[in-house]
Structure formats: structure tokens, C-alpha cells
Design a protein around this ligand. Structure first.
Ligand code: HEM
Length: 397
């Protein structure tokens, strides 16, 4: 440690304890106030929790490596080795580029119509019942089919996908009981994905087929194909479900918010960004320092595992005024819920299309929405979201 770099404070806050996971925001505030970098005594990791520092670390992959380093646990990191999420450039860029055409705004724009139709049908079905669980009966139903169809998976067998992706997220945190319980689910999910080890099992012209094209023309190795498909599936379902559910909850809890959105539907898109800012579906990922790094005057030694807390950064009062308030007009386009820079979410355009389609349909088909029971939080160390959200609605007259 150099004379100019004070030691990072040590905190005994356990960001993965059930109490903190239930409501992590007071703990995040304490960590932010403790310093730009904090050593977590409950885990073999340090944490960066302020907006500017998280963003700077995300932009500096040379110092904060993702290669075999995005999870807390070494075994999980070994399993993730060589995947798009857990690699650095140039290896990362090769994998990331495989679907860059499919994810470009022009290609995504072509999906908008069909996704809107699907979303509208789901909303119509739910609204007709006037009382429903907005997580299980609405938000969960769109992303699984959208992403699985894009990858080109057959219609049968998709039941493993959502629980499988949830288990993957739990694997990025500590290997506690929550992960042990999910192990059989995780293995079943990987076994299911492994069955798509050749092009003929996938729908032609799908994202999955494009991945096999990359194998055929030598851009990526054959053993990277299934992990790449798995990365898109795992990253693209729960996350979107959690983000949309959070948005519905904010709207159902506050009649004035709903009225504001009804009066000006242009606020819809910015409202989704605000929901993601406040309830970031991915609360954080890890990195490993490749060298001594100075973060706002505090030194992190080389070879230190560091949690980059998106959930905390997005509520940093140093960056967002009144950060705990849902402000439908804030439009926080610079939030870090999709990460940033090298590993910034590859599917954010798709997530936005899905959310705008679903919440947009709700807005058209519903005059009033309110909670009809207590929301139930889903427990996962990394992915934050709801398990249940009972709502009742008054259909649009
Ligand atoms: C609201 C929904 C979503 C949220 C909050 C979200 C969040 C994130 C975050 C935080 C990262 C950065 C990881 C890092 O820095 O290490 C990421 C990466 C990624 N996301 Fe998303 N995501 C969402 C939806 C999607 C969708 C719909 C897809 C695709 C179908 C997707 C595919 C990916 C992929 C492939 C990566 C890895 C990118 C890379 O390593 O270069 N995500 N996402």
C-alpha cells in the first residue's frame, strides 16, 4: 500500500444475508458512506458501491478483469471460463460479435410488431380475469417465449428455462443453502441446453443457428456454441421478468403514477429505466483486479475480488437527487442496471421492446390497477425481483 493511498475500510455488513437481501438499500448506503472501496469481512471480496466508481471500474476491463472472475466462488468461475460474460477482450469480443447483427437496433425493430402482439394477447387474457398475479401470470410469460423462440428452441421442454436461469444467477453469489437447493435445477438446465449441441436441433435462421454458423466458419470453437446460447438465455429471461414486475409494482402502488402515465403514455419508456434504476434486476457482478488500482484515492491490491454493486450505484445520492424516489419523469438513461462498456448488456434493446410492449398493453387495456395482496420478494443472491405480485385491475371502459 502506498503512502498516498489510505487502507480501505472494513465492513461486517453481509450483503448476501437474507436480511440484507430483503431490503439491501440501507446497507448499500452505509457501504457508500464508508468509502469508495470497502473490504467485506463476511466474504473474500471488496466492494465498490458509488456510482462514479462502479461506472469507471466497468469501463476499465484491463484493471477489473471478468476472465473467470464474475462470480464470488472459484468453482463457479472455473465453470464460466471462456464464456462471453466471463472473458476479456479480445476473446470476449469474438463471442460478443457472433450475434451483433441480430441485436442491432434495425434487426430488433423488426421484432417489435410480433412482440407487441404477443404482449397484448397476454395482457388481454390477464385483464379479463380482473385479478391476477402480475409476476407468474403476466411478466414471466413473455421473455421466456421471446428469447427461446429467438434462440430457436423447440416449444416443448421450456419449463426448465426460468428456474435454470435463476439458479445460474444464484451461482454468482456465495455457495450457501440457496445455491445448494438449486443445484439439481441447474444441472437439469445444463443437461437440457447440452442437447442443442448441433444445428439440426434448432430452428433454421434462429440466433442458435447463427451461433452454429460461427462454428462452421471457424469464428468460434464448437465447444463455445452451447455456452453462448446458454448465456443469452440465462441473461435474457429472469432479468426482464424482474424489471417488468418491478415496474408494474411501482405503478400498482401509486394511483397518481398510473394516472400520470395514462395522461402521457410517452413517459412509459423512461418509467422502465427508472424501475430498473431503483430495483436493478442484477444487483452486482464481481471482477478480479489485475494490478494495484487506485479508486478515488483508495488502493485495491492486485488479485482482489471486487463486487461492483449496480444496485447501490443506481441509488447513489452523489449521482441521483432523491435517489430512493420513483420519479416517472427522471428518465435515468445513464443508470447501470444494464452494466456499462465492454460487458454492457447485449440484450438491452430487446428487454426494452418487451417491457414497453407489455406495460404499454397494460396501459391501454386498464383504467385502474392496484395491489390486491402483499408483493412477495424472490430470494436470490444476485438477481433481485418479485416472486408474486397480486393485483386487481379495472379494465378500460
Ligand atoms: C431488464 C433486463 C436485463 C437486465 C437488467 C440485464 C442486465 C445485464 C447486466 C448488468 C449485464 C452486464 C454484466 C457484466 O458487466 O458483467 C448484462 C450482460 C449481458 N446481457 Fe443482459 N440484462 C437484461 C436483459 C437481457 C436480454 C433480454 C438479453 C438477451 C436475450 C441479455 C443478454 C446479455 C448478455 C449476452 C450479456 C453479456 C454481455 C457481455 O458479457 O458482453 N440481457 N445484462
Amino acid at each position: 500500500m502506498t503512502a498516498t493511498s489510505p487502507a480501505a475500510p472494513v465492513s461486517d455488513i453481509d450483503v448476501f444475508s437474507p436480511e440484507v437481501l430483503a431490503d439491501p438499500y440501507p446497507a448499500y448506503r452505509s457501504l457508500r458512506d464508508a468509502g469508495p472501496v470497502v473490504q467485506l469481512s463476511a466474504h473474500p471480496a471488496w466492494a465498490i458501491t458509488r456510482y462514479a466508481d462502479v461506472r469507471a471500474a466497468l469501463a476499465d476491463w484491463q484493471s477489473f478483469s471478468s476472465a473467470s472472475a464474475v462470480a464470488l466462488d472459484d468453482m463457479m468461475n472455473a465453470n464460466l471460463r471462456g464464456t462471453v460474460l466471463a472473458s476479456d477482450p479480445p476473446e470476449h469480443d469474438v463471442l460478443r460479435n457472433v450475434l451483433s447483427q441480430q441485436l442491432a437496433p434495425r434487426a430488433l425493430a423488426k421484432l417489435r410488431g410480433e412482440i407487441s402482439e404477443r404482449a397484448d394477447a397476454l395482457v388481454a387474457e390477464a385483464v379479463a380475469r380482473e385479478s391476477f398475479d402480475a409476476v407468474t401470470e403476466l411478466c414471466e410469460r413473455l421473455p421466456v417465449d421471446v428469447v427461446a423462440d429467438l434462440i430457436g428452441l423447440p416449444a416443448e421442454g421450456r419449463g426448465v428455462l426460468l428456474p435454470g436461469a435463476d439458479a445460474v444467477f444464484a451461482g454468482f453469489g456465495p455457495m450457501g443453502p440457496g445455491f445448494a437447493e438449486r443445484m439439481p435445477t441447474l444441472l437439469g438446465y445444463f443437461e437440457y441446453m447440452q442437447s442443442f449441441d448441433s444445428r439440426d436441433k434448432l430452428v433454421p435462421d434462429s440466433w442458435g443457428a447463427a451461433i452454429w454458423d460461427a462454428v462452421d466458419d471457424g469464428r468460434i470453437a464448437a465447444e463455445s456454441a452451447v455456452p453462448l446460447m446458454t448465456a443469452f438465455l440465462s441473461a435474457g429471461m429472469d432479468t426482464t421478468v424482474h424489471g417488468m414486475s418491478a415496474y408494474v409494482r411501482f405503478l400498482a402502488e401509486d394511483p397518481e403514477l398510473w394516472a400520470a402515465l395514462k395522461a402521457d403514455p410517452h413517459l412509459l419508456a423512461g418509467g422502465f429505466e427508472e424501475a430498473l434504476r431503483l430495483e436493478s434486476p442484477v444487483q452486482g457482478f464481481f471482477r478480479l483486479t489485475t494490478r494495484d488500482v487506485d479508486v478515488d484515492g483508495v488502493l485495491i491490491p492486485a488479485d482482489t475480488r471486487v463486487l461492483l454493486s449496480f444496485g447501490s450505484a443506481n441509488r447513489d445520492e452523489r449521482h441521483y437527487p432523491d435517489p430512493d424516489r420513483f420519479d416517472i419523469r427522471r428518465n435515468p438513461v445513464d443508470h447501470l442496471a444494464f452494466g456499462y462498456a465492454t460487458h454492457g448488456c447485449a440484450g438491452q434493446g430487446l428487454a426494452r421492446i418487451e417491457a414497453q410492449a407489455l406495460i404499454g398493453a397494460l396501459l391501454r387495456r386498464v383504467d385502474r390497477i392496484e395491489l390486491s395482496g402483499a408483493p412477495v420478494q424472490h430470494e436470490n443472491t444476485i438477481a433481485r425481483g418479485l416472486e408474486h405480485l397480486p393485483v386487481s385491475v379495472v379494465p378500460a371502459s
